[in-house]
Design a binder for this molecule. Structure first.
Ligand SMILES: *[C@@H]1O[C@H](CO)[C@@H](O)[C@H](O)[C@H]1NC(C)=O
Length: 257
């Protein structure tokens, strides 16, 4: 030790100080935020096929249908694909664990942060009976926090969007992104000379470019978090030269960032 402590009391203050520092660092990435949640009034208990993220039917059924629309957390599409643990706070009905949902849509209702699928909303309850009671409330107080998405046995998958027009216009979304970071930029690179260009986020999770280069294409994804930590991830597999509208391509990589 480079300094010497004169009294047990100063040791106490040093420890208290260190503990405060440690406590601060451990908060608030992980702590719960208070809010409210509603649910989609649709007859299917899952999410919506036409969510603002542009995920299509994937956005309704991914994660077993435990999906949600977000208002502020939608973040102009950057929040698409992010996962949150959401638990309601009514001790009579709600479980401690709540439910983990994936953001696939944008929307708000009477000061809510989440509009859950009906299935996810019910899964915050302790029992089936409690779920029925929760659903009858319509909007409930909740706590939420960002958590890692987890897709066992899935690589990040490139889905060529239905609005693409081979070979003039390429639009795609990325499915099954694990971890707690956001994809904040995507580059499209020629595989001959590795000339790359940044793609536009046209809306939600949809990345687009007019006149994509011909030949196999490599994408590069930038993963970012709130602390300014950034990583470029390069898939193992390319998009084939003859990419097809509506087709999915396995990137061959997964992340746990
Ligand atoms: C993920 O990609 C790796 C190659 O990088 C491949 O070996 C593996 O089979 C892929 N996993 C799935 C579930 O497709």
């Amino acid at each position: 030790m480079a300094f010497c402590l004169r009294s047990p009391l100063s040791l106490f203050f040093v420890l208290l100080f260190l503990q405060t520092l440690g406590g601060k660092a451990a908060t608030c990435n992980d702590c719960f935020v208070q809010s409210r949640a509603a649910y989609y009034p649709n007859s299917e208990v899952q999410g919506t096929d036409v969510g603002a993220c542009g995920f299509g039917s994937f956005g309704a059924t991914i994660n077993g249908g435990d999906v949600s629309a977000a208002s502020d957390l939608y973040r102009n599409g950057v929040g698409c694909g992010a996962c949150y643990q959401v638990r309601c706070t009514n001790g009579a009905y709600c479980s401690d664990k709540g439910v983990t949902v994936v953001i696939t849509d944008s929307g708000s209702s009477d000061r809510t942060d989440f509009i859950l699928s009906q299935r996810a909303f019910g899964r915050m309850a302790q029992t089936t009976d409690a779920a029925a009671s929760l659903l009858s409330l319509g909007i409930v107080d909740i706590q939420y926090r960002r958590v890692s998405c987890n897709y066992p046995n899935k690589n990040i998958t490139i889905k060529i969007d239905e609005n693409s027009n081979y070979p003039y216009y390429l639009a795609f979304v990325l499915w099954y992104q694990q971890g707690k970071k956001d994809i904040t930029a995507v580059q499209l690179c020629e595989t001959q000379n590795f000339v790359c260009k940044l793609l536009d986020r046209s809306y939600g999770a949809v990345w687009t470019t007019t006149s994509p280069p011909s030949g196999p294409l490599q994408i590069r994804m930038l993963f970012s978090d709130d602390d300014g930590d950034e990583n470029w991830v390069v898939p193992v597999n390319n998009i084939p030269a003859d990419w097809k509208v509506g087709q999915t391509y396995d990137s061959g990589v997964q992340v746990n960032l």
